[in-house]
Design a protein around this ligand. Structure first.
Ligand SMILES: Nc1ncnc2c1ncn2[C@@H]1O[C@H](COP(=O)(O)OP(=O)(O)OP(=O)(O)O)[C@@H](O)[C@H]1O
Ligand SMILES: [Mg+2]
Length: 210
């Protein structure tokens, strides 16, 4: 089993969206996947509740209360963990201890970028990450072409790291989430174009192409 922690110190940057999208992508490829919700808001669990019976199955794990971290069923191919908004300290260590990959969504505002830079340095303090046993991937999310993108590109240049993928700002993410679905549950041309934006991240995670 490979596990992926979706985390950023900043709220509202697209953690749950990324967690749901990745889980649905793995499920669409026929893999056995669980989505663990470690956030008290329980948004990932709500998304799973809305998921239609016919959609590719994603198992639910409730880690939303501090003590219930770590137990995952045997035989999973992928475990995706949706972290709480202000992840730090012991909780960050505990969750990172589960992970082979950390995916950090980054939004466009300057405040987001500052918080993320701090978060990335904090991540480097975690032994498992420092030792290279878990890999950190940045995900540029809610991208609108133009000024905002230019600011993000500067941020990534300064941080000396390129994002694994650039995800457009599209109403489809909000609409699909409201139905327990993701772009990987649809076969329309639009959905396929949006799936293609996730492909470089999926490949960095070592997922088979969907
Ligand atoms: N690429 C996108 N395009 C359009 N809307 C998006 C995109 N990504 C996320 N959103 C929307 O932005 C809002 C916040 O996203 P999401 O809930 O995934 O963030 P979060 O980091 O999990 O937030 P929280 O810190 O509250 O848990 C949601 O309404 C979501 O549907
Ligand atoms: Mg969330």
């Amino acid at each position: 089993m490979r596990s992926i922690l979706i985390a950023n110190a900043k709220g509202g940057v697209g953690k749950t969206t990324a967690a749901a999208t990745l889980a649905a992508a793995f499920a669409a490829s026929g893999a056995r996947v669980a989505l663990a919700d470690a956030d008290r808001q329980r948004s990932a669990l709500r998304w799973l509740k809305l998921r239609p019976a016919g959609a590719a199955p994603v198992e639910a794990l409730d880690w939303s209360r501090a003590k219930e971290i770590g137990a995952a069923p045997k035989g999973l191919d992928w475990l995706v963990i949706d972290a709480p908004g202000a992840l730090k300290g012991e909780r960050a260590e505990t969750l990172a201890a589960e992970a082979h990959h950390v995916v950090t969504p980054v939004g466009g505002s300057v405040f987001d970028l500052r918080a993320t830079a701090k978060f990335l340095s904090a991540l480097e303090e975690i032994k498992r990450i420092r030792k290279g046993r878990a890999t950190v991937h940045l995900l540029a999310n809610r991208i609108r072409r133009g000024k905002a993108q230019a600011a993000l590109e500067r941020f990534f240049d300064d941080a000396g790291r390129a994002p694994a993928a650039w995800i457009s700002d599209r109403a489809a993410y909000v609409d699909l989430a409201g139905q327990g679905l993701s772009v990987f549950d649809r076969r329309t041309k639009t959905a396929q174009a949006l799936q293609a934006e996730w492909a470089p991240l999926l490949s960095a995670l070592g997922a088979a192409p969907t």
